[in-house]
Ligand binder design. Structure first.
Ligand code: SAH
Ligand code: DHB
Ligand code: MG
Length: 222
């Protein structure tokens, strides 16, 4: 039973029993598929986990790096209070456009801003505008830059800020120290940074499900 099909079946069961049908999220996935976006959004149970973590953190300001079609964005923005705000950074203009439409259909346009550009170019502007500190940061863009994104997350944080980094395991590749894959090298550099960063207390959790074998880092700024 250790097959991706079995993992997907369990995810479907969890989604059906714990999440139920959700018109805005389902519309977002349909719009993504229609626009030819890759189906690399978080799964529904993972999206709900992000939502719950943001609520547990009492987040009012959320920063997301990597919006794709805004599926995780919607989950996170729904955790915000009325005056809450989420900024999501997306390099691909078409992804950003689809994300804005999906966020609008979910009735969240008042809380969400999708900023286009390479995140390493837009993050300094966010700092310059004094938009931090953020209460919750979700890092889910190009994995090669994960260490740099984590540095930025720290710069834009306060003690207590929660940070989640997606896709830190992909099929177990993270332990391949000889890998030349820039994504694997980037994820490993991020782990090494966490290891010597006294401002972070972190763990990593492996996951299986509809998105295969992967995992995420959960960290808090101390
Ligand atoms: N968080 C989304 C999935 C994001 S997929 C969800 O779960 O629904 C990764 C996204 O990061 C893609 O849309 C890709 O275009 C974007 N991306 C890749 N490199 C980037 C960069 N340098 N700056 C900003 N976004 C980037
Ligand atoms: C990829 C990116 C993601 O953010 C993800 O959750 C899964 C896969 C990718 O680039 O392949
Ligand atoms: Mg991801």
């Amino acid at each position: 039973m250790t097959s991706k099909r079995a993992w997907s079946g369990v995810d479907s069961y969890f989604a059906k029993t714990l999440i139920g049908s959700d018109a805005a999220l389902e519309a977002a996935l349909s719009a993504n598929a229609a626009a030819g976006l890759p189906a690399i959004d978080v799964s529904a149970p993972q999206g709900k986990l992000l939502h719950l973590l943001a609520r547990m953190a009492g987040a009012r300001k959320v920063l997301e790096i990597g919006a794709l079609g805004g599926y995780s964005t919607i989950w996170l923005a729904r955790a915000l209070p009325d005056d809450g705000r989420l900024i999501s950074l997306e390099r691909n203009l078409r992804h950003a456009e689809v994300a804005r439409l999906n966020v609008g259909r979910a009735g969240l346009e008042r809380k969400v801003e999708i900023r286009t550009g390479a995140a390493l170019d837009t993050l300094p502007k966010i700092q310059a505008e004094g938009l931090g500190p953020f209460d919750f940061v979700f890092i889910d863009a190009d994995k090669a830059n994960n260490a740099a994104y984590l540095e930025w997350a720290l710069r834009l944080s306060r003690p207590g800020t929660a940070i989640v980094v997606d896709n830190v395991v992909p099929e177990g590749e993270v332990i391949d120290a000889a890998s030349r894959d820039p994504d694997v090298v980037g994820v490993r550099r991020m782990f090494e940074m966490i290891a010597r960063e006294p401002r972070l207390s972190a763990t990593a959790i492996q996951t299986v499900g509809a998105k295969g074998w992967d995992g995420f880092v959960l960290a808090i700024v101390v």
